[in-house]
Design a protein around this ligand. Structure first.
Ligand SMILES: Cc1cc2nc3c(=O)[nH]c(=O)nc-3n(C[C@H](O)[C@H](O)[C@H](O)COP(=O)(O)OP(=O)(O)OC[C@H]3O[C@@H](n4cnc5c(N)ncnc54)[C@H](O)[C@@H]3O)c2cc1C
Length: 308
């Protein structure tokens, strides 16, 4: 157990305005609506607070992680003996600048993709339609290189401003330096916390952008079990296959462990059907992995980030 009281004293000595919540159920902060508690949760209000928290956890060697909208994260029932950091809405600003060959949108990483998509629609900027229905923050989308319907963050990111994991420095990564791959970015390796991204978009037509967003949203709502808590696709797409098809072919559609179920609408989704615990979800993940491996020789890898 990390020394919460000592950590609190230390942080508050440095900045008495930092608010620390203790023993926080992470089911409230994740789209799976399951899992145990975090030792502490701090919502930082500006970069200085973020740096103070990072410097302190680094000095004391306290486990810590940044959480966006929690739509790709599952905390184990045993909880997380560390500090969860969230960026407040102060990190959700958006500005638009016209450049020679398009428009540069600078956005704080706490903004939800759905909110940003609505702002960009108003600005009549095209290129972001694919992301409007992905239920995450911009920070989580950069970390994951989130994508849908043929688009991914990689296509539109120009640069990312981020803070080093020990809070000591601020750096701007170019798109190349972000090393985007399938559901992967450099942030996964270097632990930097993204605070702002510059996106490159083009002028479009309001009605065409709105129509595209509507089409993709209808597709999503008809093909995905959006009425149940989940983290979207549970597994990464194995090269040459579709996870959902492999799971369905292995006869696992609708299979349950406790309150967790392989969705009957989309086998690639494990849903929290009925008050599932994180253990139910994790046991179902293992069951699916083993059965698919036995049937096909393909080992599915979770896309969802498992913490604890
Ligand atoms: C119904 C549903 C549908 C979905 N559909 C899609 C889809 O079509 N395509 C897709 O790609 N994903 C999809 N997802 C998964 C999820 O929405 C994306 O992975 C999203 O990008 C996660 O963003 P988040 O803010 O919720 O991240 P979180 O779950 O909060 O975090 C994910 C990872 O990002 C890291 N992170 C978060 N913020 C930052 C930051 N500021 N700096 C550095 N690291 C950070 C976290 O530490 C964590 O490791 C879906 C999920 C659901 C529930």
């Amino acid at each position: 157990m990390f020394q919460l009281e000592e950590f609190k004293k230390d942080i508050l000595r440095k900045n008495s305005k930092i608010e620390i919540a203790e023993n926080v159920p992470m089911s409230r902060y994740t789209s799976f609506k399951a899992g145990g508690s975090a030792g502490a949760l701090i919502e930082v209000k500006d970069i200085q607070e973020l740096k103070t928290v990072l410097v302190t956890v680094a000095e004391k060697n306290i486990p810590h992680m940044i959480l966006g909208n929690g739509s790709n994260t599952l905390f184990k029932d045993s909880g997380y003996d560390g500090v969860v950091i969230k960026l407040s809405d102060n990190f959700a600003g958006v500005s638009v600048e016209r450049c020679e060959d398009g428009f540069v949108v600078k956005a704080g990483t706490a903004i939800l993709l759905s909110t940003l998509a609505k702002i960009l629609l108003k600005e009549e900027l095209t290129g972001f339609e694919f992301a409007g229905g992905i239920p995450g923050s911009l920070g989580g989308a950069l970390f994951m290189n989130a994508g849908a319907y043929g688009g991914e963050m990689k296509d539109i990111v120009m640069s990312v401003k981020a803070i080093s994991p020990d809070g000591s420095c601020e750096k701007v990564f170019s798109a190349d330096e972000m090393d985007f791959g399938y559901r992967h970015s450099r942030l996964e390796e270097n632990g930097y916390i993204a605070v702002e991204a510059a996106l490159k978009l083009q002028k479009g037509d309001y009605n065409l952008i709105a129509a595209k967003m509507k089409e993709l949203s209808e597709k999503r709502n008809s093909k995905q079990p959006v009425q149940y808590p989940s983290a979207g696709s549970t597994f990464k797409r194995p090269e040459g296959y579709f996870a959902g098809k492999l799971i369905e072919d292995a006869g696992l559609k609708g299979v349950s462990v406790g309150g967790a179920q392989v969705s009957t609408l989309h086998s690639g989704f494990i849903i929290n059907r009925d008050n599932a615990t994180a253990t139910d979800i994790l046991n179902l993940i293992t069951l699916v992995q083993n059965r698919v491996y036995d049937e096909t020789g393909v080992m599915l890898k979770p896309e969802v980030r498992i913490i604890g």
